[in-house]
Design a protein around this ligand. Structure first.
Ligand code: SF4
Length: 289
């Protein structure tokens, strides 16, 4: 059985001191051990951004793709070989901005992969521009007079897009991160974990002090994770409370068949196991031209 050390590469992460990404990486390695994952059949796919380095910092198979494209890459890998445990990672700009369409489509398809979003509400790698989750009024390099539009509400969007596991955790609470990641990894279907991530270099609003008085664990307040309407309400609670209460925990969870379960090409064997040597590619391509 693999240990945390097995999932830890020799390279040291190159993130700013105090960055929440360190905690996410630590929690993910621990959660992988808790679900009995193995290095040889786990794949981490990332987009671009500070979190894009994730694919390098977990000792599994890895793929750092284009900006916003972690989910289609992860989808392709899962459909080719569903025996693999596939984890997609990226930031809020990557997943909720540039890759937003992929996010909605992956939610509704219920592909069996785990999506961990490092949500620091800022573009960190490019030194501090407004992201889709930056709070209204927040002053950044790209909005010196304050953000004018409302932020995206990713959990509410995931719930209305029929995602089957929707959760949020916080980099200031490592045990909570490990627990939520473990449940997400154990879920059969698409699991979104939005991680409220501290970015001490560029987000000077959503600091540990800011979170300290606002965050609470909704699962300790008797929230019913099977109640979709209640989950939706909870997903919008931060904005409705004027950001005075920020819930974390498992918001919604339901069991449904996955997309790959219904794939006819997988009926007898995995897609990658099919013999394609007899296919005439010229003839096949000609049908589409
Ligand atoms: Fe972390 Fe922010 Fe530094 Fe990026 S810019 S490594 S998110 S602290």
């Amino acid at each position: 059985m693999a240990t945390v050390n097995d999932f830890t590469p020799k390279e040291q992460p190159q993130w700013c001191p105090g960055c929440g990404n360190f905690g996410i990486m630590l929690a993910l390695r621990n959660a992988l051990v808790k679900v009995g994952a193995e290095t040889h059949n786990t794949v981490v796919v990332s987009g671009v951004g500070c979190s894009g380095k994730d694919a390098h910092y977990v000792r599994t198979y890895g793929y750092e793709g284009l900006h916003g494209r972690a989910l289609p890459l992860a989808t392709g890998i899962k459909l080719a070989n569903s025996r693999l445990r596939v984890i997609a990672m990226g930031g809020d700009g990557d997943g909720y901005g540039i890759g937003l369409n992929h996010f909605v489509q992956t939610c509704r398809r219920n592909i069996g992969l785990t999506y961990i979003v490092h949500d620091n509400a800022i573009y960190g790698l490019t030194t501090g521009q407004t992201s889709p989750t930056s709070m209204k009024g927040m002053k950044t390099k790209s909005t010196p007079h304050g953000v004018l539009e409302e932020p995206i509400h990713p959990l509410a969007l995931a719930i209305t897009s029929d995602a089957t596991f929707v959760a949020r955790t916080y980099t200031g609470n490592i045990p909570h991160m490990i627990e939520v990641f473990t449940q997400a990894l154990a879920h059969k279907g698409f699991a979104l974990v939005d991680v409220l991530q501290i970015c001490p270099s560029w987000n000077k609003v959503n600091t540990p002090e800011w979170f300290k008085t606002r965050i609470y664990d909704l699962n300790k307040e008797g929230h019913d994770v099977a109640d979709k309407i209640k989950a939706y309400e909870k997903a919008l609670e931060d904005v409705h409370s004027g950001y005075e209460r920020v819930p974390i925990g498992i918001f919604y969870k339901v069991d449904k068949p996955t997309y790959e379960d219904g794939l006819p090409q997988r009926k007898e064997k995995e897609v990658f196991e099919h013999d394609i040597s007899a296919i005439n590619m010229e003839k096949t391509l000609a049908k589409f031209i």
